[in-house]
Design a protein around this ligand. Structure first.
Ligand code: C5P
Length: 250
């Protein structure tokens, strides 16, 4: 199930080391300096970092190369959605940067998903393609406004099946959808779950949250955690607590 990271601990390592392979820290910061500071603060604690649109637009491909070049795993969360040829080119560029995971919108359609998948086929160390089904900010009303009459849960299922038919086994979804997608993908699925809040953490703007242990029990492969770590007075300590929860639940 888990992608082998560049610094995978392999067999026989303790549960904390394995937990480290499942925690992705969201670097939702405005510039490269803030991102590098966090990666350094978490250097001994975390192996996966998510670079999203805010940071990528500000700091560009160099920040991906810098983090990947320091031996960390980068999840490049760009949510690609364009014509197949353009998405294939973006996937090619992201793979060259050393990203280990990359998001794209399943709603781009089967041809776009297949073009993305074809682009990584045959690469020696390809990024895992993760399809985003329905954005967690979309409720039934928002979906209807875009001409989609289905409920979000059935649209999630339709898009996930479309992704699987194109050969995509990775999905980003909320804790609310993870059991549904695990049932659909079986053990092959790579399910990456944001909206994780350890006990006592501020919920912020997240609507559908789960604790680390609960998300893992529901079928998560990886947990994405941002503010509970990045805005903690001591990010490394906050990450260690979450790693402890993951280790207990794994
Ligand atoms: O700070 P927090 O833990 O809420 O950060 C969650 C991260 O996961 C953010 O980078 C957010 O953009 C991302 N994300 C999400 N919900 C999705 C997809 C991505 O919260 N459906």
């Amino acid at each position: 199930m888990a992608i082998q990271s560049t610094d995978s601990p392999g067999a026989g390592t303790d549960s904390l080391a394995l937990a480290r392979e499942r925690l992705i820290v969201a670097l939702d910061v405005p510039d490269a300096e803030a991102a590098v500071r966090l990666v350094q603060q978490l250097d001994d604690t975390c192996t996966w970092f998510k670079v999203g649109l805010e940071l990528y637009v500000a700091a560009g491909p160099a920040i991906v190369e810098k983090i990947a070049g320091s031996g960390k795993n980068v999840f490049l969360d760009l949510k690609l959605h364009d014509i197949p040829n353009t998405v294939a080119g973006a996937v090619r560029s992201a793979a060259k940067l050393g990203a280990r995971m990359l998001t794209l919108h399943a709603s781009g359609g089967p041809a776009m998903l297949s073009a993305a998948k074809n682009e990584i086929t045959g690469l020696s160390n390809p990024p895992e393609l993760l399809a985003v089904t329905v954005l967690t900010s979309m409720d039934a009303g928002q979906l209807h406004a875009t001409g989609v009459g289905r409920l979000p849960s059935s649209q999630v299922e339709l898009l996930a099946k479309m992704g699987m038919e194109a050969g995509i086994r990775g999905f980003v979804c909320s804790p609310q959808e993870v059991a549904q997608l695990r049932a659909l993908t079986g053990s092959e699925g790579v399910l990456v779950i944001p909206g994780i809040r350890p006990a006592g953490a501020a919920v912020g703007d997240q609507k559908r949250i789960a604790g680390p242990g609960e998300a893992l029990r529901l079928g998560a492969s990886y947990l994405v955690v941002g503010r509970p770590i990045t805005q903690a007075p001591n990010p490394a300590e906050a990450a260690k607590e979450i790693l402890g929860d993951i280790a207990k639940a794994s």
